[in-house]
Design a binder for this molecule. Structure first.
Ligand code: PHE
Length: 346
C-alpha cells in the first residue's frame, strides 16, 4: 500500500490531482483513515505491533503529499515566469504630450527679445475702468475715437462710481506703469483684450503686446530702431523693411502706423524686402507713436522732462504671419488637428 501510495503521489500531474489523492488517503473516508479506525478493534498486543506501522504510513504519505505540493507550486511559478518575460529593450509606446499654444509661444518669444533690449514685462487688469482705458489716454467721454473700440461695458458703475469695462487694448497698462513706477520706464505688456467684433480676422477676445519707453530725449528714431530690431529678431530675417505712415491715435503725437514689406515667393506672401519693389507690397502691422504729452501729464509726470514712445501690436496676428496660419478664429477653437497641422501638438 505504501509503495503504491507514494508512487501515485509522485506522479500526480497537478494540484487538483494531488488534492484528490489526499482525500483518497487521508480524508474522512480515506483508506489510511480507515486503517486507523481498525486499531480500535484490536487487542492491546496487536495494537502495539500495528499502531506504529499505520502511524508511520500516515506520516510518510502526509510528508509525500506536502513535498509534492511544494514541487508542483515551484514548477507552476517557473512556468509563469517563463511565459511572462518582460523585454526591456522593446521601444516604449508613444505617450502623447502637449505643447505651448502658438499665442503663448509668441508672447514668450517677444518677452525674450525685449528682455535683451532691457524691457521688463508689466501687466494690468482685464476688467479695467473707463479712466485708465480711455480718459487718461486722452479720450474724453465725448471723444469720437471711443466709438471705434466696440467696448464691452459692465451695466452698472462700481462702488466708487467708476464705469467698468473689458479693456479694449493694452494701452491702459501704459498709464498704470507711469502712475505706479514713475520714470524712466522700459516695459512691454502682453495680454488679452476685448472688442465686440467677430469675423475671420476678428475675435471678441484677442491678444496685444504694448510697448512703452519713457525717458529723457526720446524721439521717433528710437521707436523706429526698436521696432526694426524686434521684428528682425522675431521673424528671423535681416531683410525686414518698415514703412512708417502718418496716422492718428489720441494718445500719441505724432502717431505712426507701421507697415512691413512682403514679397511673393511661389504664390505666397513672405515678409521681407522693400514693399515698393515690383511684385512686392506692404502689410499693415501695428500702431505706434510718440507718447502724447497730455498722457504723460494725466499719469502724473512732467512732459517737459520726460518723453516717450509707445506701440501696440496684435499677438495673434504676429503668430499667423510667423506660422502661415490664415483663420484667426481657429486659435481659440481648441482643435488639436489644427494645432498639429501647424507643427504644434494638442
Ligand atoms: N492701442 C492701440 C490699438 O489698440 C495701438 C497703439 C498702442 C497705438 C500704442 C499707439 C501706441 O489700436
Amino acid at each position: 500500500l505504501k509503495a503504491d501510495a507514494l508512487a501515485r503521489i509522485d506522479s500526480a500531474p497537478d494540484a487538483a490531482a494531488l488534492e484528490a489523492l489526499r482525500v483518497a488517503f487521508l480524508g474522512k473516508q480515506g483508506t489510511i483513515s480507515a486503517l486507523m479506525k481498525t486499531l480500535g478493534g484490536m487487542s492491546p498486543e496487536e495494537r502495539q505491533a500495528e499502531g506504529p506501522k499505520i502511524q508511520g504510513l500516515r506520516a510518510d504519505v502526509a510528508d509525500a503529499l506536502a513535498a509534492k505540493k511544494e514541487a508542483l507550486e515551484g514548477a507552476e511559478l517557473e512556468a509563469r515566469l517563463a511565459s511572462e518575460t518582460l523585454d526591456l529593450t522593446l521601444p516604449a509606446p508613444a505617450s502623447p504630450k502637449g505643447s505651448v499654444h502658438p499665442v503663448s509661444q509668441v508672447m514668450d518669444e517677444l518677452a525674450e527679445i525685449f528682455a535683451d533690449l532691457g524691457f521688463s514685462v508689466a501687466t494690468g487688469p482685464e476688467i479695467e475702468d473707463d479712466w485708465h482705458n480711455f480718459t487718461a489716454l486722452n479720450m474724453a467721454e465725448t471723444h469720437p475715437a471711443r466709438a471705434m473700440h466696440d467696448t464691452f461695458y459692465f451695466p452698472d458703475v462700481d462702488a466708487e462710481g467708476r464705469r467698468m469695462l473689458l479693456r479694449t487694448h493694452t494701452s491702459p497698462v501704459q498709464i498704470r506703469s507711469m502712475v505706479e513706477q514713475g520714470a524712466p520706464i522700459r516695459i512691454i505688456a502682453p495680454g488679452r483684450v476685448y472688442r465686440s467684433d467677430s469675423d475671420a480676422t476678428h475675435t471678441p477676445m484677442f491678444h496685444q503686446i504694448e510697448g512703452l519707453v519713457i525717458d529723457k530725449g526720446i524721439h521717433l528714431g528710437h521707436l523706429k530702431w526698436t521696432l526694426e530690431t524686434f521684428l528682425k529678431a522675431f521673424f528671423e530675417r535681416e531683410d525686414i523693411v518698415l514703412r512708417l505712415r502718418p496716422s492718428y491715435f489720441p494718445f500719441t503725437e505724432p502717431s505712426v502706423e507701421v507697415d512691413v514689406g512682403w514679397q511673393d515667393v511661389g504664390g505666397r506672401r513672405v515678409l521681407g524686402g522693400d514693399g515698393d519693389a515690383p511684385g512686392h507690397g506692404w502689410m499693415e502691422l501695428l500702431g505706434s507713436g510718440v507718447v502724447n504729452r497730455r498722457v504723460i501729464e494725466f499719469a502724473g509726470l512732467d512732459p517737459d522732462v520726460w518723453q516717450g514712445f509707445a506701440f501696440g501690436v496684435g499677438v495673434d496676428r504676429l503668430a499667423m504671419l510667423k506660422y502661415g496660419m490664415d483663420d484667426l478664429r481657429a486659435f481659440f477653437d481648441g482643435d488639436g488637428r489644427w494645432l498639429s497641422h501647424y507643427g504644434f501638438s494638442p
